[in-house]
Design a protein around this ligand. Structure first.
Ligand code: GLY
Length: 354
C-alpha cells in the first residue's frame, strides 16, 4: 500500500493506493464514520461489473453516469433520496465509480445540509489520475460543462489500479489523454517515461500503471497544495481543456473527455506554435507520442468552427468575455495566455481538421 498526502490549510487528506483489500476500505470508511447514515453512490453499468455488495456501505444509490445526466435533476434525485433515508449532517457519501460519479457525489455532498463528508473510490483511469483528487465537484448546465459546482475536498481517495482490468479499451484511452496532458504541460520526466513505455501502456501493464497513476497524483498534489481554488498555477491543469470542452459539447459528448483533451492538446500545441511560443520539434514529439498511444489528434470536419468557438466562449475559463487558454512552451512547461485574437484561434482550428 502506498499513500500520498494532500496537505491543505484545512481538509488535508490521503490518496491511498492499494490492491483491493476490504480491510483497508473498511478501516478508511470507519475512520470517517461519524455515526450518520452512509450512502454509496455508483452508476448503473457498474452494477453488472462489480459485486457492489462487496464495496458498498449503507444504502446504494445509482446514477445514470453519463454526461447527459450529469445534471441538477440527478443531483436533486440523490438529495431527495438522502432525505428519505434520514441522512443528517453526520452522514457521508461514498463515490464509487468514474469521474461523473465522483464529480456529482462530491457536489451533492457539498450542498446537502450545507456540506457533509464524502470519500472517493475511483474505478476508471481518468478518475484515478485526475478527477478524484483536488476537490473539484460539479454538474453540467444546458449552457455548458461543469458550469455549476463547488470546491469540496474528499476525506480520502482510495485507488485500486486493478479496477482498470475491467475497463473497455476506450476508457483507458480516456485516461491516457489526461496523463499526456500532465506530461506535456507539467512534467518532462513523465513525458520521457511515457515515450519509453508505450508498449506497456497499450498492453495495460498494471505495475506500470501503478507507477504512472502515482506520478500523476503526485503532480496534482503539488499543484493543488499551491493553489487549491485555482487562482493561479492550478489553471495549468486545464491544458487542452478549453478546446476539449468545446469538442465534447459540439460532438454531443460522443467524444469522451480524455479524447477531447487529446484533440485539445494538439489545438493548443498548434496555437502555441503559431504564436511563436514553442518549437515545432516539441509539437511533433507530442503528436508522435499521441499516435503511439492511439489518441485522437484532429477535429472532425462536421464540427463547425463557429460552434466550437461559441462553446469555448461559454467555458469557465473565459474572463470578462475573453478567452484564457493554457499553452505549452516546452515539453513539461506551460503558461496561461490571455487575449489571444479569436481570428488566430479560428485559423488554428481550421488547420487541425482531419
Ligand atoms: N482537472 C483539473 C483540476 O482538477 O484542476
Amino acid at each position: 500500500m502506498k499513500k500520498l498526502r494532500v496537505e491543505l490549510p484545512e481538509n488535508s487528506y490521503d490518496i491511498i493506493f492499494a490492491d483491493w483489500d476490504s480491510e483497508i476500505f473498511e478501516k478508511t470508511v470507519s475512520a470517517f464514520d461519524r455515526g450518520g447514515r452512509i450512502i454509496t453512490v455508483s452508476e448503473r453499468k457498474l452494477q453488472k461489473l462489480y459485486p457492489l455488495t462487496a464495496y458498498r456501505y449503507g444504502e446504494l444509490f445509482l446514477l445514470q453516469g453519463t454526461e447527459e445526466h450529469k445534471s441538477m435533476e440527478e443531483i436533486e434525485r440523490l438529495l431527495d433520496f438522502a432525505v428519505e433515508k434520514q441522512c443528517d449532517r453526520k452522514s457521508m457519501f461514498i463515490a464509487f465509480g468514474g469521474g461523473i460519479v465522483g464529480d456529482m457525489t462530491g457536489f451533492a455532498s457539498a450542498v446537502f445540509m450545507r456540506g457533509i463528508d464524502f470519500i472517493q473510490v475511483p474505478t476508471t483511469l481518468l478518475a484515478m489520475v485526475d478527477s478524484s483528487v483536488g476537490g473539484k465537484t460539479g454538474v453540467n448546465l444546458s449552457s455548458g460543462k461543469n458550469l455549476a459546482g463547488a470546491f469540496h475536498q474528499p476525506k480520502a481517495v482510495l485507488a485500486d489500479v486493478n479496477f482498470l482490468l475491467t475497463l473497455p479499451e476506450r476508457e483507458i484511452r480516456n485516461g491516457l489523454g489526461e496523463i499526456v496532458k500532465y506530461a506535456v504541460g507539467l512534467d518532462r520526466e513523465l513525458f520521457d517515461k511515457l515515450e519509453k513505455n508505450c508498449t506497456g501502456l497499450n498492453s495495460l501493464d498494471i505495475e506500470l500503471y501503478k507507477e504512472i497513476i502515482y506520478d500523476c497524483c503526485a503532480i496534482k498534489c503539488r499543484i493543488v497544495q499551491q493553489d487549491e481554488k485555482e487562482q493561479g498555477v492550478r489553471a495549468l491543469l486545464n491544458l487542452g481543456h478549453t478546446f476539449g470542452h468545446a469538442v465534447e459539447a459540439v460532438s454531443n459528448f460522443e467524444i469522451t473527455h480524455g479524447e477531447a483533451v487529446s484533440i485539445g492538446l494538439v489545438c493548443a500545441g498548434e496555437l502555441a506554435l503559431k504564436l511563436g511560443m514553442w518549437q515545432r520539434e516539441d509539437l511533433q514529439r507530442m503528436r508522435d507520442l499521441m499516435g503511439r498511444l492511439n489518441l485522437p489528434s484532429s477535429l472532425k470536419k462536421e464540427w463547425k468552427t463557429d460552434d466550437l468557438i461559441s462553446a469555448m466562449m461559454h467555458d469557465k475559463k473565459t474572463e470578462s468575455g475573453k478567452l484564457k487558454i493554457v499553452l505549452p512552451t516546452a515539453i513539461g512547461q506551460s503558461v496561461v495566455q490571455k487575449n489571444i485574437p479569436v481570428e488566430i484561434i479560428r485559423q488554428t482550428m481550421e488547420g487541425c481538421c482531419e
